[in-house]
Design a protein around this ligand. Structure first.
Ligand SMILES: Nc1nc2c(ncn2[C@@H]2O[C@H](COP(=O)(O)OP(=O)(O)OP(=O)(O)O)[C@@H](O)[C@H]2O)c(=O)[nH]1
Ligand SMILES: [Mg+2]
Length: 285
């Protein structure tokens, strides 16, 4: 694989991190969202360091696109680290009661304090954190049961923090997605790129498509063969595999297989689950 580094501008990320740190003081709970398909790569290491004593809940979002057995193992792994975690399809309205119950468990002490002071129960304030495009705004909309926050399938949509009230029980703080300026491991960058956490404009698309195909060949060969109607022999030569996929999917320009279109198609197929429910990372448990 080509060892070119992928760079993105960390300027607004630095500002976003500072704002998050400031707001942490006024929230009761931090809901961190990562991607169930790669929980390790999609957890921002900086976020874990800010006020580590805050009550936290980790959500492995897009669980509908991940291998359910691997997600179960991740939940056990995080439990063994003392981190309460849930793997969910956060677009699904049925998760609302599950989430509310989990959050209530985290604010038992706050409730006790309020009762001791003779106060009425105050709304739970939760900050929603995570890398770009992981589903922060989606989670807020699902909980609020309305389109309170803008959602789109591209990273960097939410530009500023925004409080959103959910009934009289919750106040949720939507935040812009943040990524470290770079990762030491190229592999981590590739996983994040495949998931859609990094802006497409700055990505070497072909490299990501090659990464996805290589992963599929190694771990999920059957999904690849059936999606593109390939045979085992087709998998031995990567450049030829691109030509084949372009031809089979009718991705042609002037009658010839179009490699750029093949790249975009393979990345899209991975992201929307057409290649199967795939987890890029497995815990060591
Ligand atoms: N399949 C699936 N798609 C999801 C899930 N959660 C979010 N999405 C999709 O992921 C995309 C990004 O969702 P957003 O809620 O905008 O993500 P965000 O974290 O707010 O993104 P930024 O504001 O850019 O940081 C949208 O297309 C959502 O529909 C999920 O659990 N399953
Ligand atoms: Mg958002």
């Amino acid at each position: 694989m080509e060892q070119k580094n992928i760079h993105w501008f960390p300027g607004h990320m630095v500002k976003a991190l500072r704002e998050i740190e400031e707001r942490m003081a006024v929230v009761d709970v931090v809901i961190e969202i990562c991607d169930a398909r790669a929980p390790f790569a999609s957890r921002n290491p900086f976020l874990a360091e800010i006020r580590p004593n805050k009550k936290r809940l980790l959500i492995l979002a897009k669980a509908d696109l991940a291998d359910p057995n691997v997600s179960d193992r991740w939940i056990r792994y995080f439990a063994s680290q003392g981190i309460p975690a849930l793997a969910l399809d956060i677009k699904n309205k049925r998760i609302v009661s599950i989430l509310q119950e989990e959050v209530k468990k985290l604010v038992v002490e706050k409730r006790e304090r309020e009762i001791r002071k003779g106060m009425r129960p105050q709304p739970v304030r939760a900050m929603i954190l995570g890398v770009p495009n992981v589903g922060k705004s989606t989670l807020i909309n699902t909980l609020a049961n309305r389109n309170a926050a803008a959602v789109e399938n591209r990273p960097g949509l939410t530009k500023a923090q925004q409080w959103i009230k959910v009934g009289s029980d919750f106040e949720l703080l939507d935040t812009p997605g943040i990524l470290p300026a770079h990762y030491e491991e190229k592999e981590v960058t590739m996983r994040l790129a495949a998931l859609g956490a990094i802006k497409l404009e700055i990505l070497p698309l072909h490299e990501i498509a090659v990464f996805i195909l290589r992963f599929m060949i190694k771990k999920r060969k059957q999904g690849l063969l059936s999606r593109y109607e390939l045979s085992e022999n087709d998998l031995s030569d990567i450049p030829n595999l691109f030509t084949l996929i372009a031809s089979k999917r009718g991705l042609l320009t002037g009658g010839n297989p179009d490699m750029d279109k093949a790249d975009i198609s393979i990345i899209g197929d991975f992201r929307n689950g057409s290649l199967g429910r795939i987890s890029l990372e497995e815990p060591t448990l």
